[in-house]
Design a protein around this ligand. Structure first.
Ligand code: GLY
Length: 356
């Protein structure tokens, strides 16, 4: 098949890599590869840490994709940080939040280890005053920028990588790509993987959920990902396996506006992070980034056919784009080859607005 993929974020590139591996002829179009949500992502592979009520299907998909990650990372030559994740609460109210989350894991059949304060400190000596928590042994992390770089190298070598010059704003590629959908007849299938900005008539399927993220460098050892409730704020602290970088994330805001981190967002992240890991006080701030998560109305992705023949979505990965990338790649490639569709993520479950 000749497949054209719109969007070179982690999802689009993973789809490209999978299709190339299966012998298809692939072209990827993106004015600025890897510059969307993949650029901000902390890279948590965290089905348990992200699990919540009413999202059982999403948790099941995330667990399936986690199982694909070791092989995927091996192929790309990127390390996976496999020291697990601590889920902690700073005060008594926060520990109740943690308990609620553990109840969700009980329902999903996902195991965890409940830990007392001193046991948490034994796992992560840099923790501040936390009141309680749990260890999520199977929640890992990767560096998404390293994953995108590895995918770009592989895909760039073996596919057409078309990077038309951006026309100013990051939010315009969708419109440019829509023009491509209409005029390009060289492809048998077009896969739309343009993240938070889908072209018409699909744009209404996505709700953009803004996230601010801060990257710091620290000489202090942070052993593993810490997900925390800190006086009602939810944050995560994700150390890199092979560098002194630590990612502190993320705000969750249902709003638009300039794609720049806000003072309030950055302040809330840093204030909570230094309560959870006090040594981060001495870290150097290297970057604050803001990107939109591609959310959907039911928080499940949009993967598979549309009402337009030959147009397939690989979209709506919301908070789990990095984790879900290998599963989405497999589902899209299976669909292209056999027509199979995973009902839970079938884009046709939603009506599309004609005006986009
Ligand atoms: N998965 C973490 C986030 O979306 O912030």
């Amino acid at each position: 098949m000749r497949v054209r993929i719109l969007g070179a974020g982690i999802v689009g590139l993973s789809v490209a890599d999978e299709l190339i591996r299966r012998g298809h002829e692939v072209t990827v179009v993106d004015p600025a590869p890897g510059s969307g949500a993949s650029y901000a992502a902390a890279g948590m592979l965290s089905p348990a840490g992200e699990a919540w009520y009413g999202e059982e299907s999403l948790t099941r998909l995330c667990l399936s994709s986690l199982a694909l990650w070791p092989g995927f990372a091996d192929r790309l030559g990127v390390p996976v940080h496999t020291r697990g994740t601590l889920l902690v609460g700073v005060d008594a109210g926060d520990v109740q939040q943690v308990e609620r989350q553990l109840a969700v894991l009980d329902l999903a059949g996902v195991s965890y280890e409940r830990l007392l304060r001193r046991e948490l400190l034994a796992r992560e000596p840099g923790l501040g005053r936390v009141a309680g928590g749990a260890f999520l042994a199977e929640d890992h992390s990767v560096d998404p920028r390293a994953v995108v770089a590895a995918l770009l190298a592989r895909v760039g070598d073996r596919a057409g990588l078309d990077t038309p010059p951006p026309s100013g704003s990051m939010v315009e590629p969708g419109e440019r790509q829509r023009a491509g959908v209409e005029t390009n007849t060289a492809a048998d299938v077009t896969v739309i993987a343009t993240g938070a900005h889908l072209p018409a008539p699909y744009s209404s399927l996505i709700r953009r959920v803004r996230g601010d993220v801060v990257r710091v460098r620290t000489q202090e050892r942070v052993e593993r990902t810490v997900r925390a409730w800190a006086h009602g704020e939810q944050i995560y602290v994700v150390p890199r396996i092979d560098s002194d970088e630590v990612v502190i994330g993320a705000t969750t805001e249902e709003r638009d506006g300039p794609l720049l981190p806000t003072v309030e967002g950055v302040w809330r992240l840093l204030d909570s992070a230094r309560r959870v890991v006090p040594a981060l006080d001495r870290a150097s701030v290297v970057e604050a980034t803001s990107r939109d998560r591609p959310g959907t109305a039911d928080n499940l992705p949009l993967v598979g056919p549309t009402h337009e023949p030959g147009v397939v979505l690989a979209a709506g990965a919301y908070r789990n784009g990095v984790l879900l990338a290998p599963l989405i790649a497999r589902l899209v490639a299976d669909h292209v080859e056999t027509g199979s569709v995973e009902p839970a993520v079938d884009p046709r479950r939603f009506r599309m607005k004609e005006d986009g």
